[in-house]
Design a protein around this ligand. Structure first.
Ligand code: SF4
Ligand code: SF4
Length: 193
């Protein structure tokens, strides 16, 4: 059999070696930047992502009655630079490898990632507060087994500070305090007067 026929037979029996897309599934590069996704459980509404977005693709609007805020990412404006992901202090932004972004022109304004996040009453004083994610509370208090992360994440900052101070009052009292500095210029000024 000629070498040509051998190759032909091998290719016919082996089937196509190219990717079947668009008639079948295709591969997805691991670190492909396809689409920005926000985790509403982690977002604290700080605005860092909006401030760092070179494309102006992120909007954060406070609720008119101060009950919370809405974060919106305009996917058609996003250039997938990942700046928002880099600067988000809560690690609330991810860029997933979903590359299925083909759409009709009239759908361009509906391609958004949007979440409305509401404040909840502080578990102690009732003041409206953004509840921390459980993972963040566990991370913050990982060295303090006496603190219940589930409770503390529902408390406002002031109540958390008071609770922390109460829990560590013995440590605070044991810290030696420096005597207040004497103002050397004061007596002289008084003498001149
Ligand atoms: S996504 Fe991150 S950076 Fe943006 S507002 Fe929420 S916490 Fe802040
Ligand atoms: S990836 Fe870049 S362009 Fe897209 S929303 Fe984030 S900061 Fe803006």
């Amino acid at each position: 059999m000629s070498s040509f026929l051998k190759i032909l037979l091998k290719n016919v029996l082996g089937g196509p070696s190219t990717d079947p897309f668009p008639f079948g599934p295709t591969f997805e590069p691991k670190r492909l930047r396809g689409r920005v996704v926000v985790d509403p459980d982690k977002c604290m509404g700080c605005g860092m992502c909006r401030n760092s977005c070179v494309a102006g693709a992120i909007d954060i609007t406070k609720d008119a009655e101060s009950k919370g805020w809405t974060i919106t990412v305009w996917q058609d404006s996003c250039c997938l630079c990942a700046s928002c992901r880099t600067y988000c202090p809560m690690k609330a932004i991810e860029i997933v490898p979903d590359w299925h972004s083909a759409h009709f022109e009239e759908d361009k304004y509906s391609r958004i990632e949007q979440h409305t996040i509401e404040y909840q009453p502080c578990a102690v004083c009732g003041k409206p507060v953004r509840v921390l994610s459980l993972a963040k509370a566990q991370e913050l208090y990982r060295n303090d087994p006496d603190v219940d992360p589930e409770l503390v994440r529902h408390m406002c900052r002031s109540c958390r500070q008071i609770k922390d101070a109460e829990a560590h009052v013995e440590i605070l009292e044991a810290i030696p305090r420096k005597a207040p500095k004497q103002d050397a210029a004061a007596p002289e000024a008084e003498a001149k007067a």
